[in-house]
Design a protein around this ligand. Structure first.
Ligand SMILES: [Mg+2]
Length: 342
């Protein structure tokens, strides 16, 4: 990876929906949360699409099929075809298909999303090590996945069968709280076997490659709420990214981001797709965006001025990321963020 270190958010004279041909959108924390649409998501996506931007939805969740995801989005008011949904199950199925003979049997530890994706690549999902699989794949199986499925994976790995995982997100949000995700299930098998899986999902490149192959995007913009999956995935794929603050990332995490976690743009929500982005410019020994000027002191970040909250955050990003260079900013941004109500 030979990317230059980003030290400030970029500006854009054009609305992002015109500057990029395709938005590769994360779902949870971007389009919906807990089953309901996030504020401004439905209208913003409708306007972006009406203006000619291609919208695709990219999820690490391997349980649901693209059909199910598309139906859910359409019900929420975001009309979506299954072909515009890309899952980590599809990415891992392609990865497996490149390493095993056509029509090969693959042991599935997970849900229907994996089985459908394997069949799409001409592979045969099987449920037992006694079916002589040539690969074993593990994806999120939902709360009812029996413990015995992990044993089945261990038997296969013990026989030398190569092990694949759709993704390694340790947790997954549910209506009642945070629960173990596929990454936690992968850890169970890793601890029991000492083996290492090949992983496809965000932030790794097999997932990004799958989205580009399926969308044909020439100038894609990754849109996400998580620094260590969405934004790092864009960094690894060497494409631009927009962080929205409607999900898991807060201002302090953004200011402390190392280079691979720094988005190209930051905005409050998906309305950011429809507007240009202001420039952050050097001003004295600090950085100005809109009415705000941010500087890095010896132990904390300072913010002066007034104006739009997001402009203040963009100026602070420039001060923090410049001070941190290729590392992670350790300066205290708490007071400056409090001025912005963040
Ligand atoms: Mg998310």
């Amino acid at each position: 990876m030979s990317q230059t270190v980003r030290t400030r958010p970029e500006g854009s004279g054009q609305p992002l929906s015109e500057a990029y041909d395709t938005a590769l959108l994360d779902l949870d924390g971007v389009v919906y949360a807990g089953g309901s649409a996030i504020a401004h998501a439905v209208e913003s996506l409708g306007t972006a699409r009406g203006g000619g931007m291609h919208l695709a939805y990219v999820t690490n969740n391997a349980l649901r099929t693209p059909d199910t995801v598309a139906e859910h989005l359409t019900e929420l008011g975001v009309p979506t075809e299954a072909g515009d949904v890309i899952t980590s199950a599809q990415a891992v199925a392609r990865l497996i298909s490149e390493q095993v003979p056509a029509g090969a049997r693959v042991l599935v530890i997970g849900g229907d999303g994996l089985r459908v994706a394997l069949r799409e690549r001409g592979l045969e999902p099987v449920e037992s090590v006694d079916d002589d699989p040539v690969a074993v794949v593990q994806g999120y199986g939902g709360p009812d996945l029996p413990w015995g499925r992990f044993a089945e994976a261990c038997y296969a790995i013990g026989r030398g069968v190569p092990w694949f995982a759709s993704n390694t997100d340790l947790t997954i949000p549910s209506a009642r709280g945070i629960v173990p995700g596929n990454g936690a299930a992968v850890e169970v098998v890793r601890i029991a076997t000492g083996a290492e899986p090949q992983v496809a999902g965000k932030p790794l490149t097999p997932m990004h490659r799958e989205t580009i192959l399926r969308t044909g995007a020439e100038r894609p913009l990754v849109v996400g709420d998580r620094l260590d999956t969405d934004i790092e995935g864009a960094f690894n794929g060497e494409v631009d990214s927009l962080l929205v603050l409607t999900g898991v990332t807060d201002g302090a995490q953004l200011l402390a981001a190392p280079p691979r976690h720094r988005p190209t743009y930051v905005d409050a929500d998906l309305r950011g797709l429809l507007t240009g982005q202001p420039e952050v410019v050097e001003a004295g020994d600090g950085f100005r965006c809109g009415g705000w000027t941010a500087t890095a002191g010896s132990d904390r970040l300072e913010l002066d001025g007034e104006g739009e909250v997001l402009d203040g955050l963009r100026a602070l990003c420039a001060a923090a990321w410049t001070a941190a260079g290729a590392g992670s900013c350790g300066l205290d941004g708490g007071k400056a963020l409090a001025r912005l109500g963040l």
